[in-house]
Design a protein around this ligand. Structure first.
Ligand SMILES: Cc1cc2nc3c(=O)[nH]c(=O)nc-3n(C[C@H](O)[C@H](O)[C@H](O)COP(=O)(O)OP(=O)(O)OC[C@H]3O[C@@H](n4cnc5c(N)ncnc54)[C@H](O)[C@@H]3O)c2cc1C
Length: 311
């Protein structure tokens, strides 16, 4: 959305295409359904956990979104669980969240983009010297703002840069409880656990104190369950209850697979553009990623680049 907005602001005509039913990508939120609790209809974040801010332009945007009540500062302190016990808290940068779920930020960024097609899965992109064809669309250039392995499915592999970046999977497990029976905390970094790496208190994150937790299954355990994400549930539930000393069983659980959750390293360049063809890549593997802020910086740089090429 930022790539599109930047290109539009610089005078280019832009069409945005996304395969999702709703926009948001990995800044993913959904409504709870059929939980058997009063929380049906409540939104939960099951992709990115939060975001941080360091770039001054991104900070200005985030401040405007706080003013608009789209974003809220969440916390700068998380608990740490090490070798089987809670060892204390760790303070770091402010983490930001969204009362309406992180997806609502992307929806906010999309305002004013009228030419936006969702539920449109591109299978193939044909690129000539100065034109692009994809699906029913014709364009002068194309920017692929997605993990490079997804972009690679659309093009001949030799067209893309040889970045050699590995992407790790995560399975995000949402647990809905009847009551909050765990310690006062916002999130826990879980080190040395064979199953989970992180637990977010979604009630604290979203600011409504709902008894909802989201845990991330570690990449190695997740990799063994990509064909059957629900298979992680027994171990993940047990791990969360062990770490937070919760006696109760959750009323409802759900596992979502992210095959390409995060690049394990990122490039310093803001984006990539083909030296001869009208093709560019942006996302969180660029601009020093792998973070929401990097994806924003990268998208903005690619949008400006394309606009500068537009006659
Ligand atoms: C579990 C998890 C935890 C994370 N935690 C954090 C965190 O704590 N802090 C942080 O800063 N970042 C975190 N991230 C990373 C963050 O979510 C990403 O950096 C950011 O959302 C990337 O945005 P993007 O627009 O570049 O890519 P994406 O959000 O991946 O967007 C790519 C879009 O391309 C679309 N697409 C892909 N292929 C096609 C196709 N063939 N046709 C049409 N559309 C297509 C997808 O539908 C998607 O909407 C996390 C990610 C995950 C998954």
């Amino acid at each position: 959305m930022t790539a599109a907005q930047s290109a539009m602001q610089a005078g280019a005509q832009v069409k945005v295409v996304d395969r999702g039913r709703r926009i948001g990508g990995r800044m993913a939120s959904r409504r709870l359904r059929d939980t058997g609790t009063p929380l049906d209809g409540r939104i939960v974040d099951y992709g990115a956990s939060y975001f941080t801010v360091s770039d001054p332009d991104f900070r200005a945007l985030v401040e405007s979104m706080i003013e608009a009540e789209v974003v809220r500062p969440w916390t700068d302190t998380f608990h740490v669980h090490n070798e089987g016990s809670m060892v204390g808290v760790k303070t770091g940068p402010m983490r930001y969240a969204a009362p309406g779920g992180l997806r609502s930020i992307v929806e906010h960024l999309a305002s004013g983009i009228e030419d936006l097609d969702t539920e449109t899965h591109l299978e193939r992109i044909e690129i000539g010297d100065d034109s692009v064809r994809a699906h029913d669309y014709r364009a002068g250039s194309v920017g692929l703002c997605m993990p490079q392995p997804q972009a690679a499915r659309l093009l001949d592999p030799e067209v893309l840069p040889d970045t050699d970046i590995t992407w790790e999977p995560v399975i995000a497990v949402t647990l809905v409880f009847e009551d909050r029976t765990w310690i006062e905390m916002d999130g826990v970094f879980v080190n040395d656990d064979p199953v989970i790496t992180w637990i977010a208190d979604d009630g604290k994150r979203r600011g409504d104190d709902a008894p909802v937790l989201v845990a991330h299954v570690n990449p190695v355990f997740a990799a063994g369950h990509l064909d059957d994400p629900s298979g992680v549930l027994p171990n993940a539930i047990a791990a969360v209850r062990r770490v937070l000393e919760i006696d109760a069983l959750p009323s409802w659980t759900w596992a979502h697979r992210w095959s390409l959750a995060r690049p394990i390293a990122a490039l310093e360049a803001d984006f990539w553009s083909h030296p001869e063809l009208p093709l560019g890549l942006a996302g969180d593997a660029w601009a020093g990623g792998p973070r929401v802020e990097a994806a924003w910086l990268s998208g903005r740089a690619l949008g400006r680049h394309f606009a500068a090429q537009t006659p």
